[in-house]
Design a binder for this molecule. Structure first.
Ligand code: SF4
Length: 483
């Protein structure tokens, strides 16, 4: 990158007055952030709707039928945007919709829903069915619960309504609706054969095989994994999930509500974990080992030592490879904008292993406590942002002149249009980024993207061009906003 390119980035972001308290620059005044509130009208939030929040959590349950009760557009919105690999059945890869149309909106969609359930359950023989409510269903008032209850009685499988009307809050509401739906299954299976040293892996969705990596570590330690919730998920595993002795909760938003429900319903404790980076993966494994050595000393003798041996073995392969990649990446800057803030913590630490600093960090659904902890581990000057929009992100990226942006499918075009590297750490990726092997994959991907020569040829970085020339790339001209 040229010095000219560096200079081009120096500008401040346009911020809506009502959003100013959702952005904090570390070192500029005492920490305070507003968050977990509805997105500002007109701000074009990066967030998805309540329905999408439910859908992404439940979708990896591979032997369930997923039926979206609503217009076809809602189903298309989330169709196959996640990999969510399965080691067995793949019914989840098919997305079904009742395709509500004008007459259904006028006269009600309950009969159409019942007919769709009858046809699909007979044809696909699922272990259970999830029926998602969308905006229009909330408006016309179809009695989803009654239709599902009747279908369940006709077919002898759980048919579970997911109350995820898109308008009823932000994406976090969708997570809660998904957890309430799963709660109806938990506690209905036989747990007699489950080991006392057992866990559920919660909040990982096996997008590129990550649940299998974590399951392998735990199995090597001597821990039984009862259910992936919902990575490589199965209905019968969810039914038995209350037989596990401990819940490992990654992603504070998506499944923590279910963990709390299971603590209240069955007395199962949970620990928050992260399977991203180096320290966080090791710490998570040690937390599991220490929990069982403390609570089941007669069964868990030597568990911490076995865990240490596993961590040592993995690091002996990983660290030399990271050192090679770090040579090129030292001093580069990163921006991170992800769905849940747990990932942001781990990514800040992971980038430090590559000699890189995160200078912008944010999420769609973080809490004030999350952001306060984030601010505590980031350097002065770092921008912390909640529920950002494309205009803000674009301006922050140019101001800080980052070398790579880590985000999801909606952030990718922002990065590419501004001529910076991108790493997909969300829906669409095909490479596992969790566990120690995931850290190496992450480092390789960051290296390949940051070091690509293509960024030199992006108009914004060409010598002599004014930064305002790039505003078309962000859509700023179209919205009439100043960048
Ligand atoms: S549920 Fe509502 S907000 Fe969500 S995709 Fe459907 S119409 Fe859009």
């Amino acid at each position: 990158m040229t010095n000219t390119a560096k200079a081009i980035g120096a500008e401040k972001a346009p911020i809506f007055e009502e959003r100013k308290d959702q952005i904090h620059r570390i070192g500029e005044g005492d920490f305070a952030m507003a968050c977990n509130r509805d997105s500002l009208a007109g701000a074009v939030s990066q967030r998805a709707c309540v329905f999408c929040g439910s859908r992404v959590v439940l979708y990896p349950i591979a032997d369930a039928l997923h039926l979206v009760h609503g217009p076809i557009g809602c189903a298309a919105y989330t169709w196959d945007i996640r990999g969510a690999l399965s080691s067995g059945p793949e019914l989840h890869r098919l997305s079904f919709s009742t395709d509500l149309q004008e007459l259904d909106v006028v006269f009600g969609g309950e009969k159409k829903l019942a007919k769709a359930l009858d046809e699909l359950i007979v044809r696909h023989e699922p272990k259970a069915a999830f029926v998602y409510s969308t905006c229009i269903v909330g408006l016309i008032g179809d009695d989803l619960a009654a239709v599902c209850k009747a279908a369940s009685a006709r077919h002898g499988i759980p048919v579970i309504p997911v109350q995820s009307e898109g308008f009823k809050g932000n994406k976090r509401e969708g997570y809660l609706a998904a957890c309430k739906a799963m709660r109806t299954l938990v506690g209905t299976g036989d747990v007699s054969s489950i080991s006392p040293l057992s866990v559920n892996i919660m909040g990982d969705f096996n997008l590129a095989g990550e649940t299998w990596i974590i399951k392998d570590y735990l199995t090597r330690m001597g821990i039984e994994v009862v259910a992936g919730i919902t990575g490589d998920g199965r209905v019968d595993d969810l039914r038995r999930a209350h037989g596990a002795s401990l819940n490992l909760v990654q992603c504070s938003g998506a499944t923590q509500d279910l963990a709390k429900m299971m603590r209240d319903d069955y007395g199962i404790p949970f620990v928050r974990v992260s399977w991203i980076g180096i320290e966080d993966v090791a710490e998570s494994l040690y937390d599991v080992a220490e929990h069982f050595e403390l609570t089941r000393p007669e069964l868990a003798a030597g568990l911490v030592d076995r865990t240490a041996a596993l961590v040592r073995e993995e690091l002996s392969t990983l660290m030399p490879r990271l050192a090679e990649l770090r040579r090129d990446l030292e001093g580069k800057k990163a921006a991170v904008y992800v769905g849940g803030s747990f990932k942001a913590f781990s990514l800040v630490k992971a980038f430090r292993h590559l000699g890189m600093e995160v200078v912008i960090v944010g999420s769609q659904t973080g809490t004030e406590e999350d952001y306060r902890e984030l601010a505590a581990i980031c350097a002065p000057g770092t921008i912390v942002v909640d529920d950002a929009n494309p205009l803000e992100l674009s301006a922050f990226i140019k101001e800080k002149d980052v070398d790579i942006f880590v985000g999801g499918v909606k952030e990718r075009p922002i990065a590419f249009k501004l001529g910076v590297g991108f790493c997909d750490h969300n829906h669409e990726r095909k490479i596992a980024l969790e566990g120690f092997v995931g850290m190496l994959n992450f480092a390789k991907e960051v290296h390949a993207s940051v070091m690509s020569p293509i960024w030199r040829f992006v108009p914004r970085r060409e010598t002599g061009r004014n930064v305002s020339d790039a505003s078309t790339a962000t859509g700023a001209e179209a919205t009439g906003a100043e960048v």
